[in-house]
Design a binder for this molecule. Structure first.
Ligand SMILES: Nc1nc2c(ncn2[C@@H]2O[C@H](COP(=O)(O)OP(=O)(O)O)[C@@H](O)[C@H]2O)c(=O)[nH]1
Ligand SMILES: [Mg+2]
Length: 206
């Protein structure tokens, strides 16, 4: 297997949208990455596509303010979407409210949205905003796949405990999301998340 032997190798940037009317046509299928600022969304997108600086990563939380669209296939009918991070406290309340309205509008209106990849730092899983998003997704019958990110920060045993605890909590809350551990740095869990997204996007050869 070569490093480009996966269905995301040709992914390219399409457009950054500050408003939904700047988004690509709402046809085909797309998978969106969502989570708190600094959870590792951009790093995950870069790792999954194998393109190191496809989505800008930043050490400054909250830098991704726009909805960024990436085309997986040449026609742009299969897309990955980097959503604005939520729960970042260091911006004015009004600015934060505007981002959240933008995010909510996307989630509610976007018909091509086939699934959400919800990223949570493995050391800080299931914050109230994550739970709210999971409950909203269940109501909307939208599939969610959770990545417990930065899994390289924990040893194997602690990692598995966090995953089991999360799965139990999901069950307790009656939330149907699937979950796995992931590291953008080591590639842990890469095949699993690629397969899930390829399934949502109906990509061949995944
Ligand atoms: N150790 C470790 N750090 C990570 C990993 N993924 C992201 N980070 C770091 O977490 C910070 C935020 O990552 P970024 O991808 O920009 O998060 P975003 O705000 O959700 O897009 C950066 O400093 C990354 O280097 C990972 O798998 N392991
Ligand atoms: Mg980002």
């Amino acid at each position: 297997m070569t490093s480009t032997d996966h269905p995301f190798a040709g992914t390219r940037f399409l457009v950054s949208a500050g408003r939904l009317d700047q988004a690509p046509a709402d046809t085909g299928r797309e998978a969106a990455f969502v989570g708190r600022s600094n959870a590792g969304k951009s790093s995950a997108l870069n790792r999954i596509t194998g393109r190191k600086s496809l989505a800008r990563t930043s050490k400054t939380p909250g830098r991704t303010r726009l909805i960024n669209f990436f085309a997986v296939d040449p026609r742009g009918e299969r897309r990955l979407v980097d959503l604005p991070g939520y729960g970042f406290a260091r911006v004015p309340r009004e600015v934060k409210a505007r981002w959240e309205a933008h995010l909510q509008h996307y989630l509610e209106a976007r018909r091509s949205l086939a699934g959400l990849v919800l990223l949570m730092d493995i050391r800080h899983p299931l914050k109230p905003t994550d739970l709210a998003l999971l409950e909203w997704s269940r109501a909307a019958a939208l599939p969610v796949h959770i990545l417990l990110t930065k899994a390289d920060k924990l040893k194997h045993g602690a990692r598995q405990r966090q995953l089991l605890t999360l799965r139990k909590a999901l069950e307790t809350h009656g939330l149907p999301a699937s979950a796995q551990t992931f590291s953008a740095h080591t590639g842990l869990g890469l095949d699993e998340v690629r397969a899930r997204i390829a399934d949502w996007l109906q990509l061949d050869g995944a």
